[in-house]
Design a protein around this ligand. Structure first.
Ligand code: CIR
Length: 252
């Protein structure tokens, strides 16, 4: 069960963040509303929310997931792979230090939390444009003494590994068609999102509820087969900035 989430308010400059999406100009008032609604969902599930102020000069900093990997035993402070985001991790470290012992990914390693998928006691660590093999190995070395296993997964499509695959409980992955037949995932049941709903592969299992992006009915239908309540969350504005549902919280 998660008891805590950490989030950060989007800044008024959030539209200056990195993006490859061509979905139009994002709206500040709307992202603030969507962000507040999203956090309210965690509160309704009994989770305490630590909400940090916007970080001046870092328009992507509200995507806090990328700045750390938190397990019950420790917090690994990431080292963002995008130059424009390096420094965000320094502001998250003292916050996480209130909850966990912290360690850091060091240069030349890079790691974005969005590439890190925890499936029970196993970690899939995406090696992507943001996370390099060195960063993945450093994270693995921090996790192994706590009894976790891990493996690296090449990410050739999408921004982060969790843009394409997330764990929805019951030994089951929610996964895009591109990743569905990859040998790394062969030991899991797979719910394959339709190609036109790939964005919804980034869904969160939180305290036996599934939080999924609003507006992806076929994915919702797949998720309903698992038997957990499904909560749809409007995230059109973070999506315009290449952000998924998971990116806006650290959950532990
Ligand atoms: C970036 O390109 O870094 C941000 N605009 C989006 C980060 C999304 N993070 C995530 O999916 N974990």
């Amino acid at each position: 069960m998660f008891t805590q989430v950490i989030a950060r308010l989007p800044g008024a400059d959030f539209a200056k963040g990195l993006t490859t999406a061509a979905l139009g100009a994002p709206d500040y008032n709307l992202i603030m509303q969507q962000h507040a609604d999203y956090l309210h969902t965690f509160e309704r599930l009994g989770i305490a929310v630590t909400l940090l102020p916007a970080l001046p000069g870092y328009p992507d900093a509200y995507f806090v997931e990328d700045t750390a990997v938190v397990t019950p035993e420790l917090a690994v402070i990431a080292r963002p792979g995008a130059a424009a985001r390096q420094g965000e991790e320094d502001s998250i470290e003292p916050v996480l230090a209130r909850f966990r012992p912290t360690v850091r990914i060091e240069s030349p390693g890079t790691l974005d939390g969005g590439d890190v998928l925890m499936v029970e006691r196993h970690f899939f660590i995406g090696v992507s444009e943001r996370t390099n093999a060195e960063g993945a190995a450093q994270l693995g070395a921090f996790l192994e003494p706590h009894g976790y296993t891990w493996q690296a997964v090449p990410v050739a499509a999408g921004l982060h590994l969790k843009s394409s695959v997330t764990y929805v409980g019951q030994n089951t992955l929610l996964i895009t068609p591109t990743f569905a037949d990859r040998p790394e995932f062969a030991n899991y049941a797979r719910l394959v999102v339709p190609a036109e709903e790939e964005y919804a592969a980034n869904t969160l299992l939180v305290n036996e509820h599934l939080i999924t992006p609003a507006g992806f009915p076929r994915t919702r239908h797949l998720l309903e087969t698992l038997g957990y309540p499904v909560i749809e969350q409007a995230v059109s504005e973070p999506r315009k900035m290449d952000g998924g549902l998971s990116c806006m919280t650290l959950r532990f």
